[in-house]
Write a protein that binds this ligand. Structure first.
Ligand code: PFF
Length: 468
C-alpha cells in the first residue's frame, strides 16, 4: 500500500536532508576519537577508502531502491523482489532496518540530550565565568552528577524526542526538508568559521600533521574504518531507501550520492581539524591524557579546553549548538524510517504514526538513559561480553556491529545480483545521461567488492573485534 501523497524533496532539499541524516554524532564525536585512537592520517585514509569503495555504492543502491519503488524499506524490498522465488523473505531486510532505526534512535537520543544540556551549561559558564574549580570538577560533575541522575537523563532524552517528533509530524517538505534547509547551512557556516579560527590556533600545525601523517596500517584500523563508514553514512538500515523514496525523478542519483558522501566526509574532517587544533593548543601537561575515556571527551575534556583559549567563551556554546543541530537532523531521519513504515504499510496517518512510534522509542530509551549509573542492574549488565557493560552499550553494539553491516551486506547482494540491470541502469541514468561503464563498475562492486569487505568485517566481529 502506497499512500497517495508521500511528498517529494526539492533537489537541494534532498541533498541537505540526506547530508543531515548522515552528518551527526558519528562525525563530530566518533570520527575524531577513532582517528586519534588509530594514530591519525592512516585512519583517515582507510576511512576515505571505505567511503569510496563500500559506502558510496551502497548509498546509490539504497537511494535507487527507494526512488524506484516510492516506498520505505519493507515495501521497497517486497516490490522489487516480486517474481524472485522466496522473494518475500527479502522484506526481512527492510524489517531489520526498521528495527535498527527504532533501536538506534532510542539511545542516540539520550546522547543527543547531553548536547542540549551542554549548550545550556556553556551559556551559563560563558556568562557567569568558568572558574578553575569548575574545570577540575567537570568530569566528576558529568559522570557522577549528570549521567547518574535518572531524572536528568530521561528529561533530556524526552526533550530531544519531542523536538524530533515535532519535526517529523510536519511531514516531508514542511517538516524534514524545512528543518534541514535551515539547520544544515547554519551548521556549515559555524563549522567553517571554527575551522578558520582553528587555522590561527597554535595547535593547528600539529593537528594537521597528525591528521595527515601516514603510519603503518593495522587490521583493526581497517575494520574500524568500515564500521565507521556505515554508521556515519547512515547505511545498512534503509534510511537512504526511505529518503530516496522522496527523491524526484528528475534528480541524478550518482550526483546526490557523491554530494552526500562528500559532505559527510568533509564535516568529519572539519570537526577533527577544529577539535585537534583545540586539543594540541593546550600544553600536554595541562590537558593530561585527553582521550582516557573516549565516550565522554566531547563533554568532559573539550569544554575545559575551550575555556582556556581566547574566544573560547563564545565558541563553546556555539560549538555545542552545532552538535545539537547535527544530532537533530540525524534523529529526524531515524524516526522517519520507522514512521514511514507505519504510514506506507499500515496506512496510518503521519500524526498517529509519529506519536505512537515516538512514544515507543522514548520508552525504549529509558533503560539506556538509566544505564549510565542511575540504575545498578541496567548499568552493570553484560549479557554479551564484547558489548561491554550496560544496556546502552548493548544496544549500540548490536546495532552498529551487527544490524548495520548485515543489512548493508544484504542490500548490496540484492541490488547487485537480483535487481535487473536495465532497471538499475535506468535509475542511475535518470537526470544524468548515459552511464554504461560506471553502471557496470557500480554493479560489480556491489556483487563482489562490497560483500567481500563486509564479510571480512563480520568475520572479525565474530572473532571478537568490536568497533563501537
Ligand atoms: N549517520 C549518523 C551519525 O553519523 O551520527 C547516525 C545515523 C543516522 C545512523 C541515521 C543511521 C541512520 F539511519
Amino acid at each position: 500500500m502506497v499512500s497517495a501523497n508521500r511528498g517529494t524533496f526539492s533537489r537541494l532539499g534532498f541533498v541537505l536532508a540526506a547530508a543531515g541524516c548522515a552528518i551527526g554524532l558519528g562525525n563530530i564525536w566518533k570520527f575524531p576519537y577513532r582517528t586519534y585512537e588509530h594514530g591519525g592520517g592512516t585512519f583517515v585514509l582507510v576511512y576515505l577508502g571505505a567511503v569510496i569503495l563500500i559506502g558510496a555504492p551502497i548509498m546509490a543502491a539504497e537511494i535507487l531502491m527507494g526512488r524506484r519503488t516510492q516506498q520505505s524499506p519493507v515495501g521497497a524490498f517486497l516490490d522489487l523482489a516480486k517474481g524472485i522465488t522466496g522473494g518475500k523473505l527479502w522484506s526481512l531486510v527492510g524489517w531489520l532496518g526498521v528495527a535498527a532505526g527504532f533501536m538506534i534512535l532510542s539511545y542516540y537520543s539520550v546522547v543527543a540530550g547531553w548536547t542540549v544540556f551542554y549548550v545550556g551549561k556553556c551559556l551559563s559558564w560563558s556568562i557567569g565565568g568558568f572558574a578553575p574549580e569548575q574545570a577540575a570538577a567537570l568530569e566528576t560533575d558529568f559522570v557522577q552528577g549528570f549521567l547518574q541522575s535518572g531524572t536528568m537523563q530521561i528529561s533530556f532524552h524526552g526533550l530531544f524526542m519531542l523536538a524530533t517528533m515535532g519535526t517529523v509530524v510536519l511531514g516531508v517538505q514542511a517538516g524534514i526538508e524545512r528543518v534541514n534547509k535551515i539547520l544544515m547551512p547554519i551548521l556549515f557556516i559555524i563549522l567553517t568559521f571554527m575551522v578558520i579560527a582553528a587555522c590561527f590556533a597554535p595547535g593547528f600545525g600539529e593537528a594537521m600533521s597528525f591528521l595527515f601523517h601516514l603510519g603503518p596500517v593495522d587490521a583493526s584500523a581497517i575494520l574500524d574504518g568500515v564500521g565507521q563508514a556505515f554508521f556515519s553514512l547512515s547505511l545498512g538500515m534503509g534510511a537512504m531507501i526511505t529518503y530516496g523514496s522522496y527523491l524526484s525523478r528528475e534528480d541524478s542519483i550518482p550526483r546526490a550520492t557523491v554530494m552526500v558522501c562528500g559532505l559527510d566526509t568533509l564535516i568529519a574532517l572539519m570537526a577533527s581539524v577544529v577539535m585537534f587544533s583545540i586539543i594540541f593548543t593546550v600544553p600536554v601537561a595541562e590537558r593530561g591524557d585527553t582521550f582516557s575515556d573516549s565516550a565522554i571527551i566531547l563533554f568532559t575534556t573539550l569544554p575545559r579546553l575551550f575555556y582556556g583559549l581566547p574566544g573560547g567563551a563564545i565558541m563553546s556554546p556555539v560549538f555545542y549548538l552545532l552538535v545539537v543541530f547535527a544530532a537533530l537532523t540525524s534523529t529526524i531521519s531515524l524516526l522517519e524510517v520507522v514512521v514511514a513504515y507505519f504510514i506506507d504499510r499500515l496506512g496510518w496517518s503521519r500524526r498517529k504514526a509519529t506519536s505512537i512510534v515516538g512514544a515507543g522509542i522514548f520508552a525504549l530509551g529509558v533503560p539506556s538513559a538509566l544505564s549510565l549509573g542511575a540504575n545498578e542492574t541496567l548499568s552493570t549488565m553484560k549479557p554479551i561480553e564484547a558489548a561491554g557493560a550496560g544496556f546502552f552499550s548493548l544496544f549500540d553494539y548490536l546495532a552498529t556491529n551487527w544490524m548495520l553491516p548485515v543489512g548493508g551486506l544484504l542490500i548490496a547482494i540484492f541490488a547487485g545480483w537480483f535487481l535487473k540491470s536495465h532497471l538499475t541502469r535506468d535509475e542511475l541514468e535518470q537526470g544524468h545521461g548515459p552511464l554504461a561503464t560506471p553502471h557496470r563498475i557500480w554493479q560489480w562492486s556491489l556483487r563482489v567488492v562490497v560483500p567481500a569487505a563486509i564479510i571480512w568485517v563480520i568475520a572479525a566481529v565474530i572473532g571478537g573485534k568490536t568497533f563501537t
